[in-house]
Design a protein around this ligand. Structure first.
Ligand code: ADP
Length: 315
């Protein structure tokens, strides 16, 4: 274990790793990299390396855990034994159970669980390399893996910590700052600014708490922008791959007027997981005969016809 540094902030106001006091570590995001998960994300947050996988909505086992009116959310945070300096004993411990519980609660209210009664949404986190702030980095990764799995959510959850070293508030602590600092306060925040997780280790005055909270909220907003960009980039690339793989005929079919092969048009900001079917495709799926029948019926009873058409669309 490293020695306690004499000073954490130098005369230029920079930290030992060269960051400003209100600067988050570099973030690298890769979405959708596990084939067998419904959604996944690999995220690096400074020296933290984290894998998040989401499965579901799916059947609940054991059955007695299922809820009649909503889906249950399960969150399993696990640190690999090689993720820290001294080997960590494998398996769950008090810390991982606590981190799993608070992280699950950070997501529960943000997911539309009422849409999936009697089912489970499982989030698995593997910490491959740890350097403080793993719970916050894991929440950022889980949020993207949930979006990748197409789980309906009110927004993304973004998370980072604020802390205190040398009597100064700093954003996003690294390992030494976390180990030897005076306080560590991780938070998670929804897109609309609701705090969904807040923990505190150490001491802050009321003033420091207020200022620290603002710093952490600003950090979360920056992380949200990176998450949003990563999702948009990922789905833009996925669309391009689908179009490039498809036969020339179908490329013409799914292109809109202004779209080109290099620049597919995505209808709005909501990420498209590639499974969405556009109107043209739906129309094409209806056999010609049926179209005629519908047109005939239309004259007699337009209400029935519109119902049928909707049912087809849902299928
Ligand atoms: P967080 O990682 O969310 O900041 P903690 O404050 O509990 O959570 O842990 C800070 C850091 O301490 C971790 O990121 C990790 O680098 C290290 N750490 C945590 N648990 C262990 C452990 N069992 N063995 C060695 N190092 C650990």
């Amino acid at each position: 274990m490293s020695e306690k540094p004499e000073k954490f902030i130098d005369e230029n106001g920079l930290r030992l790793d060269g960051r400003k006091i209100d600067q988050i570590r570099d973030i690298k995001i890769e979405i959708g990299i596990l084939n067998r998960a419904d959604g996944s994300c690999y995220l690096e947050f400074g020296n933290n390396k984290i894998m998040a996988a989401v499965y579901g909505p799916r059947e609940v086992h054991p059955r007695h855990q299922q809820k009649a009116t909503k889906a249950i959310v399960r969150y399993k945070y696990n640190m690999a034994s090689f993720s820290v300096e001294d080997r960590k004993r494998p398996g769950p411990d008090r810390r991982s159970i606590e981190v799993s519980k608070v992280s699950r609660e950070a997501f529960e209210k943000e997911i539309f669980t009422e849409l999936y009664p009697k089912s489970a949404i499982d989030i698995f986190i593997e910490i491959l390399q740890a350097d403080a702030g793993t719970r916050t980095a894991a929440i950022n990764a889980a949020s993207l893996a949930l979006a990748d799995a197409g789980i309906p959510m009110r927004g993304l959850i973004s998370s980072c910590a604020v802390g205190k070293v040398d009597d100064t508030l700093i954003l996003d602590l690294n390992k030494d700052e976390d180990n030897y600092g005076q306080a560590d306060m991780p938070i998670a925040m929804s897109t609309d600014g609701k705090i969904t997780l807040l923990q505190m280790d150490g001491h802050l005055t009321q003033e420091e708490f207020k200022k620290g909270l603002e710093m952490a909220q600003q950090g979360c907003r920056e992380i949200y922008e990176l998450q949003r960009k990563a999702l948009i980039d990922h789905y833009n690339n996925t669309q391009k791959e689908i179009i490039q793989d498809a036969p020339v005929e179908s490329v013409k079919d799914i292109s809109t007027e202004s779209a080109t092969e290099e620049d597919p048009v995505i209808s709005d900001d909501v990420p498209d997981n590639g499974n969405t079917v556009n109107d043209d495709e739906i129309k094409e799926d209806i056999p010609d005969e049926k179209e005629e029948v519908i047109l005939d019926e239309d004259e007699d009873n337009p209400a029935i016809v519109s119902d049928e058409t909707e049912d087809d669309t849902l299928e």
